[in-house]
Design a protein around this ligand. Structure first.
Ligand code: SF4
Length: 427
C-alpha cells in the first residue's frame, strides 16, 4: 500500500492578513469595495474579508467572479455583509452595476473591451512572485474554449468562442514587466492557449524575434491541449522559451472520454511526447483521479502507462466543478455539496461507488512515490538501489523543510480537522 503520509496536510495563506487589508481599505477611504470571488474552495476567505471590512468601515461591498456567478443567492444568504453579488465577467458586470446604482434601474452600458485592458502589474511587489530565483507573472493571451468537456465550466464565464488578444498587446505587457519589474518567467493562464495554432505560431515567432524577450522562460501551467500540437509548433515553443510542457491527458479510457465529451484522439499522444523529448522539454502529464465512472484499475493503468513513458505524472483529484454540466448530475451527499471548503482537490471529498476516499488518497500517494523514484534528474538517474532510496528520502526531507519555511512565512494556516479551521499566525 502506498504511504498516505505523502499527501497534503495543511494550507497556508500568504501576504497581508485580513485585519491588515481591512485597515488598508479604511486608509484609502473608497466609496465602495469590490472583492473577487473566483474559487468556491476559497470563498471562506472572501466572506471573512468582507466581514472584517464591513466591521471596520461600514462600506457597501460587492463581489464578482466565477464562484459569485454560480452561487449568488446562496452567498447573500450566507454572508449578509456582502451587499451585491455580480454575475459574469467583470468588464461587463461592473460597468452595468455602477450605472444601475446611479439610475436605480438595470442599465445597459458598453462593456469594457477586455482585450485592451492590461492588469495593473505595478500594484504588486514583483519579488513576492518568484520561481526558483526568477521573478514571474501570470497573464492571459486569450479567453474561452470551443470544447465541451463535461467537467469544465469555462464556457459559462467566457463562452465557447475562443478569442485572443493582439500579439503586440501581449508582447507589450511582457516587455513592460521584463524591463521595469525584472520579470523573467511568463506563465500563461489561458484556457486553451494553443487552440488557434496560427495565432500561437505568430505569437511564438514574435517572442523569438523580440530583442528584449530573448532570455525569457514561458510556461502554461494550466496545461496545453496536446491535440493542437505538432513537432513544428513544439520547436517554436522551445525556441521562444518554453522548457516545460504541461499536457492534459485526463484518462486513457476512450469510452470515458467520449462520455465526458473530452476531445482527444490518443493516436498522436506518444508522437507528441517523443517530439517533446527530442526537443528537450521537461514533460508533465495530468490525469484526473476520481471522475464519476472511473475505476481504481483504470486510473492506475493510466498512471502506469505515463510512468512508462518517463514523464512526470500530475494527479488532479476530481473536485466538484460548479457551472459544469457534470456538476448538475453529480450525486454527492448534501453535507459535501453544502461545504464549499471541500471544493478542492486536496479535500478528496467526492467519493463514488468505485472509489472511496482511501482509494483516492492511495492513488495520489502512489503517483507521488513513483514520481519521486522516477524523477528524471541526472544526479538521481545515476544512482541505484540503496543510494536511490537515500536520494528519495533526501528529497522528502527537503520538501518537509520547504513546508516548514512556508509555515513560518504564512499569515494564516488552515487546518481542516480543527473546530476553527483558520488559525491566525504571529508574524
Ligand atoms: S477542460 Fe480545457 S479543453 Fe475542455 S472545455 Fe475546458 S478549457 Fe476546453
Amino acid at each position: 500500500m502506498a504511504n498516505r503520509s505523502l499527501v497534503f496536510r495543511n494550507f497556508y495563506a500568504f501576504g497581508q492578513s485580513v485585519a491588515e487589508i481591512a485597515q488598508a481599505v479604511e486608509a484609502i477611504g473608497p466609496d465602495m469595495v469590490g472583492i473577487a470571488s473566483q474559487f468556491t474552495a476559497y470563498y471562506q476567505s472572501v466572506a471573512r474579508l468582507a466581514a472584517a471590512i464591513k466591521a471596520k468601515t461600514g462600506l457597501p461591498i460587492f463581489i464578482g467572479g466565477h464562484h459569485a456567478s454560480f452561487f449568488d443567492r446562496e452567498i447573500r444568504r450566507r454572508t449578509p455583509q456582502i451587499d451585491y453579488v455580480l454575475k459574469g465577467a467583470a468588464e461587463t458586470a461592473v460597468p452595468a452595476f455602477l450605472a444601475s446604482l446611479k439610475t436605480g434601474h438595470a442599465f445597459k452600458v458598453n462593456p469594457v473591451q477586455w482585450k485592451k485592458v492590461t492588469p495593473a502589474h505595478e500594484l504588486i511587489e514583483p519579488c513576492h512572485y518568484v520561481m526558483g530565483w526568477k521573478k514571474y507573472i501570470s497573464l492571459i493571451a486569450g479567453r474561452g474554449c470551443p470544447y465541451h468537456c463535461d467537467f469544465c465550466s469555462v464556457h459559462r464565464m467566457f463562452g465557447r468562442r475562443i478569442e485572443y488578444r493582439g500579439v503586440k498587446a501581449v508582447l507589450n505587457e511582457m516587455r513592460f514587466n521584463y524591463t521595469h519589474r525584472g520579470v523573467r518567467i511568463f506563465n500563461f493562464e489561458d484556457d486553451n492557449l494553443s487552440f488557434d495554432t496560427r495565432w500561437f505560431a505568430r505569437f511564438l515567432n514574435a517572442v523569438i524575434d523580440d530583442p528584449v524577450l530573448k532570455q525569457v522562460e514561458l510556461t502554461a501551467m494550466n496545461g496545453i491541449c496536446y491535440p493542437t500540437l505538432d513537432e513544428a509548433l513544439l520547436a517554436l515553443m522551445r525556441r521562444a522559451g518554453f522548457k516545460q510542457l504541461n499536457l492534459a491527458l485526463v484518462t486513457r479510457d476512450f469510452a470515458l472520454k467520449r462520455r465526458l465529451r473530452r476531445p482527444a484522439p490518443d493516436r498522436d499522444f506518444e508522437q507528441i511526447l517523443a517530439a517533446a523529448r527530442r526537443l528537450g522539454f521537461f514533460v508533465t502529464v495530468y490525469v484526473i483521479i476520481g471522475l464519476p465512472g472511473q475505476s481504481y484499475a483504470e486510473i492506475k493503468e493510466s498512471i502506469d502507462y505515463l510512468l512508462g513513458l518517463d514523464v512526470l505524472v500530475g494527479p488532479s483529484v476530481f473536485y466538484l466543478p460548479p457551472g459544469s454540466t457534470l456538476y448538475d448530475r453529480i450525486e454527492a451527499p448534501r453535507e459535501v455539496l453544502n461545504n464549499w471548503n471541500l471544493y478542492r482537490s486536496s479535500a478528496f471529498a467526492v467519493e463514488t461507488p468505485q472509489l472511496d476516499r482511501k482509494a483516492l488518497i492511495d492513488l495520489v500517494a502512489y503517483t507521488r512515490k513513483r514520481n519521486l523514484e522516477n524523477r528524471p534528474l541526472p544526479a538521481q538517474r545515476a544512482v541505484e538501489g540503496k543510494d536511490r532510496k537515500h536520494q528519495v528520502l533526501k528529497r522528502l526531507k527537503y520538501e518537509i523543510k520547504i513546508d516548514k519555511n512556508h509555515k513560518n512565512q504564512a499569515v494564516e494556516s488552515y487546518n481542516p480537522q480543527s473546530a476553527d479551521p483558520f488559525l491566525p499566525r504571529n508574524r
